[in-house]
Design a protein around this ligand. Structure first.
Ligand SMILES: [Zn+2]
Length: 491
């Protein structure tokens, strides 16, 4: 176990080199090479057939939708898509692989040379290369527990056999656990926007293996790498990498040698264990799959697929920052999920002032959700309710204080904005003479601020508006109040 003994100075002598392999299950209706349903959670061994079981005489037929999704993902990840790619057999024996081989792609993958941009600690961005994206099929699952005789037996569920996968391999460009976290987060976001996978890590539709080595800074040769397998959340990937970096540095500092091995992360214990040594690389005896012709991605198909690319998260953020005058952090909040961003934009476009909708959503609703530790889906206020609040505010029919009071009630009672507004019908003082009396009082009580205003500090008007609004318990009509304050001060 890495001791906490490693000083920052020792750690700083070393540079981590990290590469990530991500497997994503494609969201097709049927499996990659047969007509079985591609569906998580069914009774074991109910979605199987001679093809995905590899029974003699059965022949695979490639799922066109899987090709479309893998191509879409390749384009979204800035890869070059190969016109002619080749399926290959990757041969190994394992109980969850009844065929004895996995159909994959080897030396001619579907796509290569992509990249994802990630923010760095220094505030700039860094481009992480994507070596390749290739298509392959998933294997079944060994069931080690959950049965009365699990102590002595392992069962197998072959439903997952033949599920279409895209394997996305990064270049060893990642230098810190935080960069790895960002890379995965951005990738997941892109894949979700494209709708090619649900990226559900708990159900295993997105899985991540990390290759990691350390070397002295300035050294150009790579150190010996260890592989951390099947870490099932991005936070755990970050934790596993932090652990592994320290572990390897400690081995080297104490005069030892890092061995090439696979390690399994245990998130409960916060440490990894050696699974098997990989002193000799596996020999998978790859050869071209004789039952499948080369996969041809024609220029026409590619052009057609390009048209289906959605506006991707980063482009959307940049546009929304400009369109709604958001700060960058808020743009991340609004674009985190495509469906939510779509709903927000559709609603905002119906409003008098879309920027105000963003503002109300983020500061009033978002702020309360955060304080109550609720998810967006748990909000009592609908998008239409937010638009109504923004419009009323924009038209001066409610003050921002009144709006806040209504939102307070919404969250207290779990009601939407229109219902509470209609019931409470917040009163407004629109009587000019009543407002003028209040303004006179405030002006009389604050001669110094009046002086500053007269001396040219026009922003002082806001101070008087605020004071009168407070005196009116938030009931002054904002538009009228603004107008009257300016008139009085200019008099
Ligand atoms: Zn099947």
């Amino acid at each position: 176990m890495p001791a906490a003994a490693l000083s920052p100075e020792v750690m700083a002598k070393y540079e981590p080199v990290i590469g990530l392999e991500v497997h994503v299950q494609l969201l097709t209706a049927t499996k990659a090479f047969c007509g079985c349903a591609n569906h998580f959670g069914a009774e074991p061994n109910t979605h199987i057939c001679p093809v995905c079981l590899g029974l003699p005489g059965s022949l695979p037929v490639l799922n066109a939708k899987a090709v479309e999704f893998a191509t879409l993902a390749s384009l979204a990840l800035n890869c070059e898509v190969r016109e002619r790619s080749i399926f290959a057999r990757k041969n190994y024996f394992y109980p969850d692989l009844p065929k004895g081989y996995q159909i994959s792609q080897f030396d001619k993958p579907l796509a290569e040379h992509g990249w994802i941009e990630v923010p760095t600690a220094g505030g700039s961005t860094k481009r992480i290369g994507i070596t390749r994206l290739h298509m392959e099929e998933d294997a079944g699952k060994s069931l080690h527990d959950g049965f009365a005789d699990s102590a002595t037996r392992t069962y197998v569920d072959l439903n997952r056999c033949g599920t279409p996968l895209a394997e996305i391999v990064s270049d060893p460009d990642i230098s810190t656990p935080d960069e790895a976290f960002e890379y995965l987060t951005r990738m997941k976001e892109i894949l979700l926007y494209c709708g090619v996978s649900d990226c559900n890590m708990e159900e295993g539709s997105l899985r991540c293996d990390a290759n990691i080595s350390v070397r002295l800074r300035g050294e150009t040769r790579l150190g010996t790498k260890a592989e951390v397998k099947n870490v099932n959340s991005f936070r755990f990937v970050r934790a596993a990498l932090e652990y592994e970096i320290e572990r390897q540095i400690e081995v080297i500092e104490s005069g030892g040698r890092v061995i090439q091995e696979s390690r399994l992360w245990n998130s409960n214990e916060g440490r990894s264990y050696s699974m098997r040594s990989k002193e000799q690389a596996h020999d998978y005896r790859y050869f071209p799959e004789p039952d499948l012709p080369p996969l041809i991605v024609s220029p026409e198909f590619l052009a057609e697929t390009k048209k289906n690319l959605p506006e991707l998260p980063e482009a959307r953020r940049a546009r929304m920052v400009a369109e709604y005058e958001l700060n960058r952090q808020d743009s991340f909040t609004l674009t985190a999920e495509r469906e939510f961003a779509d709903r927000f934009e559709a609603a905002a476009r119906t409003a008098r002032n879309p920027r105000r909708v963003a503002n109300v959503l983020l500061s009033e609703v978002g702020g309360r959700l955060k304080a109550l530790n609720l998810e967006q889906e748990q909000s009592p206020v609908s998008m239409a309710g937010i638009v109504m609040a923004a419009d009323l505010l924009d038209e001066g029919k409610i003050s921002s204080k009144q709006m806040k009071q209504i939102f307070d009630v919404c969250f207290e009672k779990g009601e939407d904005f229109p219902a509470v507004y209609d019931r409470e019908k917040p009163e407004q003082i629109t009587d000019a003479s009543a407002l003028e009396r209040m303004i006179d009082e405030v002006i009389a009580a604050n001669p110094k601020q009046v002086e500053q205003y007269k001396a040219g500090k026009k922003t002082m008007a806001g101070f008087f508006v605020g004071q009168v609004m407070k005196a009116s318990k938030g009931q002054a009509n904002p538009a009228l109040l603004n107008e009257l304050v300016t008139r009085k001060l200019e008099a």
